[in-house]
Write a protein that binds this ligand. Structure first.
Ligand SMILES: Cc1cc2nc3c(=O)[nH]c(=O)nc-3n(C[C@H](O)[C@H](O)[C@H](O)COP(=O)(O)OP(=O)(O)OC[C@H]3O[C@@H](n4cnc5c(N)ncnc54)[C@H](O)[C@@H]3O)c2cc1C
Length: 498
C-alpha cells in the first residue's frame, strides 16, 4: 500500500507544515506524504517526479533556512513516522531510522546499550536532516562529529529516467557506493535523495557485542551557568572577557586536552537584554574543579559573575532536556536568523571592538540579538578534511550571530542587525569567514543563504567553498551520479558537476 496523500484539510498536513522550528518561512505543498517504510518513500518520490512536482524530504523540521518551508515546494515527504533504533547484527552496527529525533536516539541508545553517538544539542532535531550535515554537539570535543560514526546509509535516489530506488552505501573500502556514504558525512540535507536509515558504528569497534559498537555514554554530566550584568561590563572588561575566552579556547582545543571533556557557550546578548551568560557541560570525573578553572580563566580581571549554578545529573536526563533555557521558545514559536562561522584562532582586537559596538549600540532595537561563542575542536579535529564531507577540522570556536523575533514586522531590523555585525566582524575577508589561517568557513548544518548573495559576500569566494572547501568538486561528482536530474535541491544545494 502506498502512503496516503495528506491534503491541506487534514490536521496531519498542518502538523508537518507547522513543525518547522524557524517560523520565518512557510511551505504550501499540494500534499504531504507521511511515510512509514522505505518502499513508501520510493513510491512517493517516484510519483512526485513523474508528476513533475518539486519535492523535499523533512524529518525534524529544524532547518534554519527555508529549504523545506519553501512556497515553491509541491510535495513534502515526511519521514518522521520512521523511528526504529535497533541492532543490525548482519551489519554489525546500530540502525537508526531517519525520522527519529536526536532525543529519541539518545534515549534508545542509552536505555538499550548504554552507548551514545555525539549528536546535536537540541533533542527535537530530526536525525534525517542532521547527521548528513556532519552534526556537532555537546560531546563533540571528546568524541568528534556524529558523522564520524556513520557506517552506512540507506538513501532513496532518482535515476536519469526518473525511477526511484533505495541504495545502501557503506564506509567499506570495496563498496561501489562508497561515494554516496561519504557525501552523507557532511554534504548536508536535501541534496542527494531521501535518507531512510543510518547505521552507526565506531570505525575501529571490534566484536559483535552491540554495547561495544559505539562509545559508552557518560555516567553523569555536570552543567554550569554564570552571568555578568552588562552594567558591570564596560568596553575594557568586555575586551578582557573575549580575550580570556579566546585564549582558553586556543589553549584547550587539542584532541588530547584534559579539557576536551568540557563544552561551553559564551552567550553575549545585546546590552538591551541586560546580561552575558556562560553555560556549559562537563563529563569530567572532577567536573567541579574543571568548571571552577574555566570560569576563573574567563573571569580574570572581571567582576565576579553572579547566579552561578552547578548541577550534576544523569546523562539521559541532561540529553533529553539540555540547558533548558538555551533553546526556549514562546508558544507559537519564533522566527530566527543564524549566521555561523568557525574560527581557527581567537577574535582579534578590531573584531572585539566591532562586537562591542554592535552589541551595545542603541540605534538598533534588537532584544533577541546575540553573539555566541561555543567551544569547538578537540576530537573534531582528528579527522582529515577530506576523510568525511565535513571539511572543518581545524576550528577552535563556533561563532554565531543570531537573533529571534515574534512579530513579522520586526524581521527587517533583526536581519539588518545580524547581517551588520557579521559583515563587520569579517570585514577583512569580504564579510564572510573565508577558509584560511584565521577561519574554517561555516557549517552546512547552520545554512545561511546570505553567503551566496554578493550583497553580503564580497570576498569573491563562492558559498560552496565556505561550506565544503576542497570537498566540493567530489560532492558535485556524487551529485551528478546519484541525482542527475537535480530532483533534490534548494538555495544552497550541491550543483551537479563532472
Ligand atoms: C534549535 C536548533 C538547534 C540546533 N543545534 C544543532 C547542533 O547542536 N548541532 C548541529 O549539527 N546542528 C544543529 N542544528 C541544525 C540542525 O542539525 C539542522 O538544521 C538539520 O538539518 C535539521 O534536521 P531536521 O531533520 O530536524 O530538519 P528539516 O527541516 O526536516 O530538514 C533540514 C534539511 O535536511 C533535509 N532533510 C530532512 N530529512 C531528510 C532526509 N530524510 N533525507 C535527506 N534530507 C533530509 C531537508 O530537506 C532540509 O534541507 C540546530 C538547529 C536548531 C533549529
Amino acid at each position: 500500500m502506498p502512503s496516503e496523500r495528506v491534503l491541506a484539510d487534514d490536521p496531519r498536513y498542518a502538523a508537518t507544515v507547522e513543525k518547522r522550528f524557524n517560523k520565518r518561512f512557510r511551505a504550501r505543498p499540494d500534499y504531504v506524504r507521511l511515510v512509514s517504510s522505505t518502499d513508501e518513500v520510493v513510491a512517493a518520490v517516484e510519483e512526485a517526479v513523474r508528476e513533475e512536482r518539486r519535492l523535499v524530504p523533512t524529518s525534524g523540521g529544524h532547518c534554519l533556512e527555508g529549504f523545506v518551508a519553501d512556497p515553491d515546494v509541491r510535495v513534502i515527504v515526511d519521514v518522521s513516522p520512521m523511528k526504529r533504533v535497533y541492532h543490525d547484527a548482519a551489519r554489525r552496527a546500530i540502525a537508526v531510522e531517519a525520522g527519529a529525533t536526536v532525543g529519541e536516539t539518545f534515549r534508545a541508545l542509552h536505555e538499550t546499550w548504554g552507548t551514545v553517538v555525539p549528536l546535536g544539542e537540541h533533542p527535537a532535531i530530526g536525525v534525517g536532516g542532521h547527521v548528513l550535515g556532519g552534526a556537532f554537539g555537546f560531546l563533540c570535543r571528546q568524541l568528534g562529529l556524529a558523522a564520524d560514526y556513520l557506517h552506512a546509509v540507506e538513501v532513496v535516489v532518482v535515476d536519469a529516467d526518473g525511477r526511484a530506488r533505495a541504495v545502501v552505501a557503506t564506509r567499506d573500502g570495496d563498496d561501489a557506493h562508497r561515494d554516496l556514504w561519504w557525501a552523507h558525512t557532511g554534504g548536508g540535507g536535501g541534496n542527494f535523495g531521501v535518507v531512510t536509515r543510518y547505521w552507526f558504528r565506531t570505525p575501529d569497534a571490534i566484536g559483535d557485542d552491540p554495547a561495544a559498537l559505539l562509545p559508552r555514554a557518560p555516567a553523569s554530566v555536570t552543567t554550569f551557568q554564570a552571568e555578568w550584568s552588562w552594567r558591570d561590563v564596560a568596553r575594557a572588561a568586555f575586551a578582557r572577557l573575549l580575550r580570556n575566552h579566546g585564549e582558553w579556547c586556543e589553549r584547550h582545543a587539542g584532541a588530547d586536552s584534559p579539557n576536551a571533556t568540557l563544552w561551553a557557550l559564551l552567550e553575549i546578548h545585546r546590552a538591551q537584554f541586560g546580561k552575558i551568560l556562560v553555560r556549559g557541560v562537563s563529563t569530567d570525573d572532577d567536573a567541579e574543579r574543571q568548571i571552577d578553572a574555566h570560569l576563573a580563566a574567563l573571569g580574570t580581571g572581571l567582576p565576579v559573575p553572579s547566579n552561578r549554578r552547578v548541577e550534576r545529573m544523569p546523562w539521559l536526563a541532561f540529553a533529553l532536556d539540555p540547558l533548558p533555557e538555551l533553546f526556549a521558545s514562546p508558544p507559537g514559536g519564533v522566527s530566527v536568523k543564524v549566521k555561523d562561522a568557525l574560527l581557527k584562532r581567537r577574535l582579534g582586537d578590531r573584531q572585539i571592538d566591532v562586537a562591542y559596538e554592535w552589541l551595545t549600540r542603541d540605534d538598533h532595537d534588537v532584544p533577541g540579538g546575540m553573539l555566541g561563542l561555543a567551544t569547538y575542536g578537540g576530537r573534531v579535529n582528528v579527522a582529515a578534511a577530506d576523510a568525511t564531507a565535513a571539511p572543518q577540522r581545524a576550528a577552535i570556536v563556533d561563532l554565531a550571530c543570531s537573533t529571534g523575533w515574534l512579530d513579522p514586522r520586526d524581521e527587517a531590523r533583526n536581519l539588518a542587525w545580524a547581517r551588520g555585525i557579521y559583515g563587520a566582524l569579517f570585514d577583512d575577508t569580504g564579510g564572510v569567514p573565508v577558509p584560511g589561517d584565521a577561519y574554517d568557513g561555516a557549517l552546512i548544518n547552520h545554512p545561511d543563504v546570505d553567503l551566496a548573495d554578493p550583497a553580503y559576500n564580497t570576498s569573491g569566494v563562492p558559498w560552496h567553498a565556505l561550506y565544503y572547501q576542497g570537498n566540493y568538486p567530489r560532492l558535485q561528482r556524487v551529485k551528478a551520479r546519484w541525482d542527475p536530474r537535480d530532483v533534490f535541491r534548494h538555495a544552497l544545494s550541491v550543483r551537479p558537476g563532472g
